[in-house]
Design a protein around this ligand. Structure first.
Ligand code: GLV
Ligand code: MN
Ligand code: MN
Ligand code: MN
Length: 428
């Protein structure tokens, strides 16, 4: 194959940092909680406004826009050899409750700025370039992570599950989708599936969400693999009753069962013997939720991950055994133990990694290989396309909280690194 040539040598490319920062700030105002926090939940009014904002920028950039049945948004810049599979890049703009303004957003707005910079320079792509804004990378509303990309990768179990999926307000997935203007001819979600080979490569730019790059003073993280995530929903039921009148020996407290299971999750994770195993009980709800009523129902949602899938699965099995034992000892009913997802890890494509290393060298940016402990839509794009991810530093590794921050200089470095692997089609 031909020797690599650095596109930044032949074109004068520059990131419009002011405009990119302005867009990041503007998008962050579409939030259901006050600044500096951001809350943008799937198919909510704020999500719809955010989507409109992204489509508007795509339009101004001259991209042709397509939306699929669940609202994955595709903006395409047609190449001179439009019959070739495009190179795609993108991320998400939904935001979990009380999070920050960079998670996902950097990979969508940064991608659009990369396109704009290429257009300003007079560059003409051979392969088409596509920016993707994925639907619901975050599991907040329906408990399903990477909903859009999981479907794109052809998940039949998800198609089946969505027919029965409701949110916390008992609104069905399809009603919610329709209220945002999607899924008009009900439930034919196989139209969202994409064939393997639809893209010649997929690259996602994202804040690291960890402290390594900042600690080491390194500008660019090149992701080699994404850790394997899983999530579980658990329900316990007891008899409840009056907090004063029912004496302790007569109780079967569903709340205490939940508390005990939360501690068991921590124990099983620590017992794995590896710091790479993590587990979190981020949701624990008690019913009826009154100070003077013994909890008659409890609901937990458990997130556990590892770079080693087998070890992660062992933890899940132990959590299940604990749930059964706790229910028995406390004479409550384990009314549900549901593994919502139990995904394998994903490995980045070697050629994409090489391209990103080459780009960092050309740009004189310090870089290192690393794994992603957070999951991303790239986890699923890897099933249909060669995949790679670019990480940039973020303040103290903060993420999923309002203090999340990345400097516009670091973001611009990430955008520049994207150019090279995204358009040097000699590589693909
Ligand atoms: C995605 O936001 C994750 O939890 O990794
Ligand atoms: Mn996130
Ligand atoms: Mn993200
Ligand atoms: Mn993520």
């Amino acid at each position: 194959s031909e020797p690599h040539s650095c596109i930044s040598d032949s074109l004068s490319l520059s990131v419009d940092k002011d405009s990119l920062q302005k867009q990041i700030d503007e998008l962050s105002t579409f939030s259901d909680t006050p600044a500096p926090s951001v809350t943008r939940i799937l198919y909510s009014d704020k999500d719809v406004i955010g989507r409109r904002y992204i489509k508007n920028i795509m339009g101004l950039s001259g991209l042709s826009i397509r939306e699929d049945a669940v609202g994955n948004i595709f903006g395409r810049w047609e190449g001179s050899e439009a019959e070739l599979p495009p190179v795609a890049t993108g991320s998400h703009v939904d935001a979990i409750p009380y999070s920050g303004k960079y998670d996902g957003v950097v990979g969508v707005l940064g991608a659009l700025e990369a396109i704009n910079a290429l257009k300003r320079s007079g560059f003409k792509p051979k392969r088409s370039l596509e920016v993707i804004m994925f639907t619901s990378e975050e599991p907040t509303r329906f408990g399903i992570s990477c909903l859009g990309s999981r479907l794109m990768a052809g998940s039949e179990p998800l198609v089946r599950a969505l027919k029965e999926t409701v949110d916390g307000q008992n609104i069905s997935f399809f009603d919610a989708a329709r209220s945002a203007g999607y899924s008009k001819d009900q439930e034919d979600l196989s139209s969202v599936f994409m064939k393997k080979g639809s893209y010649s490569a997929f690259v996602e730019l994202h804040i690291e969400q960890g402290p390594i790059l900042e600690d080491e003073g390194v500008s660019i993280g090149i992701v080699t693999a994404i850790a394997a995530p899983a999530s579980i929903k658990v329900d316990f039921e007891g008899n409840g009753g009056h907090a004063g009148a029912v004496l302790m020996p007569s109780r079967n407290d569903a709340g205490l069962a939940a508390a005990e299971l939360a501690l068991a999750v921590e124990k099983h994770v620590l017992d794995s013997g590896s710091v790479d195993t993590v587990g979190t009980v981020g949701i624990m709800e008690l019913h009826p939720g009154a100070i003077n009523s013994i909890p008659s129902k409890s609901h937990l949602e458990i997130d556990t991950r590892d770079i080693d899938e087998k070890r992660r699965n062992t933890v899940i099995e132990r959590i299940h055994q604990s749930a059964i034992a706790i229910a028995k000892n406390r004479r409550v009913k384990l009314s549900d133990f549901k593994i919502v997802n139990q995904d394998p890890p994903a490995i980045s494509d070697k050629a994409v990694i090489k391209a990103m290393e080459f780009a960092s060298q050309q740009l004189n940016l310090s870089h290192r290989l690393m794994i992603s402990r957070a999951y991303h839509d790239s986890l699923f794009m890897a099933r249909i396309s060669p995949m790679g991810m670019i990480f940039i530093p973020c303040y103290k590794g903060y993420s999923h909280k309002p203090e999340e921050y990345s400097s516009i200089e670091d973001i611009a470095n990430g955008v520049k690194t994207k150019w090279e692997p995204t358009i040097n089609s000699a590589i693909w």
